[in-house]
Design a protein around this ligand. Structure first.
Ligand SMILES: NC(=O)C1=CN([C@@H]2O[C@H](COP(=O)(O)OP(=O)(O)OC[C@H]3O[C@@H](n4cnc5c(N)ncnc54)[C@H](O)[C@@H]3O)[C@@H](O)[C@H]2O)C=CC1
Ligand SMILES: C[N+](C)(C)CC(=O)CC(=O)[O-]
Length: 481
């Protein structure tokens, strides 16, 4: 669907959320046309997309599709023309939503998906004047967080879900329409209690943020509420948890429904404390801090194959590394994430080896030693590696690796990876020796069938190619022996 240069998304309203949607579509290969009357929209969206470019590709170990084309339109009709998805993200005012959806429904093709980012309105409210929108409620930052709550016509929601999955998102179809859908209903409860506690001097905005991020906030990214509370019931599980904490439903714990009056005094109090807490940083700086942490969390969840990490893995499985360079197969192509840089302001030594290891995985796939082969009980174990650090690599650089097979005789697979920066400079070589291994017996063995044939083929193809820097001992300069 995406990445073909033929898919167009229209973004109507390009503020915080519209800008995030624009980035998500664009970085997944869609052409994006924006309509927003704000004269500053282009600058603001440009800044959001710049943050998205440094963070979203860093979640993956493979390259995202080539970026689509971004354009800004003078009219809503121009933006909508030819789009397969129109996403409305204008301010949360029902009259404005009605006016905007009337114009979108008139301009869009029959099969076009029309999504609304509304945080709280139901599809029946959005469509009460004859429009045909579904709710597609995302989470900020839209380019990194997978969740999109879908509410409305079943067939349209199903079609929308397929497109969202192709962009690494997680569509959650809400069973019945309700004000504020699922997640905002939960968030509103936390927000209400938080305002109440600041107003009554129980806690500052900072105390409340610490209470969340030092405790239950850490749990929520990986287990949510119900699994977490099941564990909190100890060996007896959920029934014991409910027996212990169920009565709290009739204690004052659940009687905290008072809401503070929303007035200037409350706004001054909250905004003042928020300025004291984080006013020394710009919103874009805070966004980058947030994004770096989210990339780290998503990458960790990918390794444990948990929660949102599964969504990332499923998307990554659809991404491809391919091509040749200097007659050798490209086995790695990826962006350097912020977490790979160290106190010297460049990519830490560890990650040169990680890149080499991923290039080995890429070469293994090429010879048929892929996930299915490993599941069948055969694999390769690394027994020796030599990294030569030749050039600095920085956050955001596009790293590419080629792999040359020096020997594929017997149990051995002797590889020479060259890591290149985006500007074409050779950044490192990683020479590595692996042995073919029976995973059940935990003993080396000779590969057979397709793997053996492909090894022989690559060995022949790569035999006469330059090998400068291969076979050096530590400290030796190539060609000085
Ligand atoms: N900010 C958030 O955390 C989230 C907001 N949402 C929802 O997304 C929608 C947009 O919210 P934000 O992006 O936060 O608001 P925003 O105020 O940042 O952006 C709204 C944008 O719409 C533009 N706009 C106003 N009238 C327009 C019109 N007639 N046609 C086209 N553009 C127009 C504005 O110039 C502005 O750039 C709302 O429905 C909101 O509930 C959803 C998820 C999270
Ligand atoms: C505060 N909010 C209701 C606009 C929040 C959302 O809709 C989702 C989010 O990103 O938190």
């Amino acid at each position: 669907m995406s990445g073909d240069g033929l898919s167009k998304a229209a973004i109507i309203g390009g503020g915080v959320i519209g800008g995030g949607w624009a980035a998500r579509f664009l970085l997944n290969g869609f052409d994006v046309a924006v309509f927003d009357p704000d004269p500053e929209a282009e600058r603001k969206i440009g800044e959001v997309i710049a943050n998205a470019r440094r963070s979203l590709p860093a979640v993956y170990d493979k390259p995202l599709p080539a970026e689509g084309k971004l354009s800004f339109c003078a009219t809503l009709e121009e933006a909508v023309a030819g789009a397969i998805w129109v996403q409305e993200s204008v301010p949360e005012r029902l009259a404005l939503k009605h006016e905007t959806h009337a114009a979108i429904s008139a301009a869009a093709g029959q099969g076009t998906i029309i999504g609304s980012s509304t945080s709280g309105f139901k599809p029946s409210e959005l469509n009460e004047k004859g429009a045909r929108a579904i709710v597609a409620h995302p989470f900020n930052p839209v380019y990194l967080l997978p969740l999109v709550e879908l509410v409305g016509d079943k067939a349209i929601c199903e079609k929308a879900a397929g497109i969202l999955r192709s962009m690494g998102m997680y569509p959650l179809t809400v069973k019945k329409e309700i004000d504020a859908h699922i997640a905002d209903r939960l968030l509103e409860a936390i927000w209400r209690e938080s305002l109440w506690m600041v107003k009554d001097g129980v806690a500052t905005t900072e105390d409340i943020d610490e209470a969340i991020r030092m405790g239950f906030g850490l749990r929520f990214a990986q287990m949510g509420l119900f699994e977490t509370y099941r564990i909190a019931g100890g060996e007896a599980g959920m029934k014991h948890f409910m027996a212990q904490f169920g009565p709290a439903l009739s204690w004052p714990w659940t009687k905290l429904m008072d809401v503070p009056e929303f007035n200037d005094e409350l706004v001054e109090l909250i905004a003042g404390q928020s300025d004291d807490q984080s006013g020394n940083k710009s919103i874009r700086e805070l966004e980058r801090e947030r994004d770096d942490n989210l990339v780290g969390i998503l990458r960790a969840l990918k390794v444990s194959d948990n929660a949102a990490g599964k969504v990332v893995s499923a998307h990554e499985a659809d991404l491809v590394v391919s091509g040749e360079r200097d007659g050798l197969p490209v086995t790695l192509s990826r962006q350097v994430p912020p977490s790979w840089t160290d106190y010297n302001g460049h990519m830490n030594e560890t990650f040169y080896l990680e890149a080499g290891s991923k290039a080995t995985d890429g070469f293994m796939e090429l010879i048929g030693a892929d996930a299915a082969y490993i599941a069948g009980g055969l694999s390769y174990f690394t027994v020796e590696s030599h990294v030569r650090y030749l050039n600095e690599v920085h956050e955001g650089d596009r790293l590419t690796a080629t792999s040359q097979l020096l020997s594929g005789q017997g149990k051995k697979m002797h590889l020479f990876h060259r890591l290149f920066r985006g500007d074409g400079e050779l950044a490192a070589t990683v020479e590595t020796l692996l042995l073919h291994t029976d995973l059940n017996a935990r003993r080396t063995c000779i590969p057979e069938g397709e793997v053996a044939e492909k090894l022989a083929m690559f060995e022949r193809q790569h035999a006469d190619m330059p090998k400068d820097g291969a076979g050096c001992f530590v400290g030796e300069r190539p060609g000085t022996r």
